[in-house]
Design a binder for this molecule. Sequence first.
Ligand SMILES: *Cc1c(COP(=O)(O)O)cnc(C)c1O
Length: 480
Amino acid sequence: MRYVSTRGLPGQLGKGFCDILLEGLAPDGGLYLPEQYPVVDTATLQRWRALLADEGYAALAHAVLSLFIDDIPSDDLRGICERAYNDTVFSDPAIVPVTRLSDGIWLAHLSNGPTAAFKDLAMQLLGQLFEYELARRGTELTILGATSGDTGSAAEYAMRGRRGVRVFMLTPAGRMTPFQQAQMFSIDDPAIVNIAIDGVFDDCQDLVKDVAGDLDFKQRYHLGAVNSINWARLVAQVVYYVAAWLRVTTTDAERVSFCVPTGNFGNICAGHVARQLGLPIDTLVLATNENNVLDEFFRTGVYRVRSAAETHETSSPSMDISKASNFERFAFDLLGRDGERIRELFGVQLPQRGWFDLSDTREFAALRERYGFVSDSSTHADRLATIAATWHEHHVLIDPHTADGVGVARRFVEPEVPMIVTETALPVKFAATIVEAIGVEPPRPAAFLGLEDLPRRVISLPRDPEALKSLIADVVDGRP
Ligand SMILES: *Cc1c(COP(=O)(O)O)cnc(C)c1O
């Protein structure tokens, strides 16, 4: 299996999985995708059904990932999957259980990991893959990232204790929820460094870009990233689409639909890959909040990046995006894998004027039929109403992001086709909105009791790349 860039030229040689694992973004600014998607037959789906039932999620992950990863020996890959997906890491031995909500709607529970958000499912695998590959190459990695919430904590819980990996994570001082702050800052590991920046999230991201842009520094300290454009994170997510389909159906001809709360198009892009693989997915329902960049594209064919001033701060904050960094992957497939056209759209038109328009193209006309996508968006009032209704009618408490999904899913349910909503976080992470919706605090899983009382480890820095560089250098070089 070779991987090519969405902005690559025809005839360009592909790269192996482990190379793009450590690379992240392609040198031409594009994102990596398999040269061709593998396609599975009914016999394989049958084998996967037995595998999940008999041996569990890690075994299924090994089987699915083996289609995409051929530069790690199979036994080693099995060990990686077993270390990432087991009941010491996830609170439910099923890893991704499903429950029936109502009216043909199911929930796939993706929030049983250490930080109670679906990002754990990808990050846990990434942590194991990094440790394995760094040891094999005899090198190390310094992850430098910026977060306004779930990504940072999922990364830190996945990377702590991994040999050869250090993490420097920037957060905007005072901006995350109290729970999210406590979750990150209570980690007690010298290789995990939390940094509170006097500024907003964009300032944190600018600092990361500044420091990573110093190529001498980047090379000397082995800087790398864990953002959602890493293909390894996407491919890890394909596994839970397979698992959810297996758990909701009993025969291999049964189709299901998925509704996915969406920000950067990472989660639902894995659904797209699963559908290309041949998983019997009928419709992929994309659900956004008020930041409806993607909903607008799927309804009109116009993709328009928002300015900072146009980006709403909502009660589903992990979906508050101004552009969707993974969308380029889907566009590449939609436009017949034409790297030159992607380069023109994403490398020229978007930076120059902030939008492009595919509404008149035959590809956009065939989008629903060919790729199964529909979309809609929701508002704060929709979220509150959905949280309250799901609680009062079905006695299930969902978080605001999952509520974006459930609310939109209701508008697209068809008889005979189960609609699976991907639960993206536990309500405990977003207590204020839960209280607003139903008047009571969300329950707190035992693992998070007393979290806010633990000692906090966080270093405050000004918005200054030189200060950040000297901190990284001191920590990596072992100066006090
Ligand atoms: C990251 C995140 C999302 C958005 O996922 P994308 O992959 O960016 O589309 C939605 N909900 C929660 C809780 C998240 O952490």
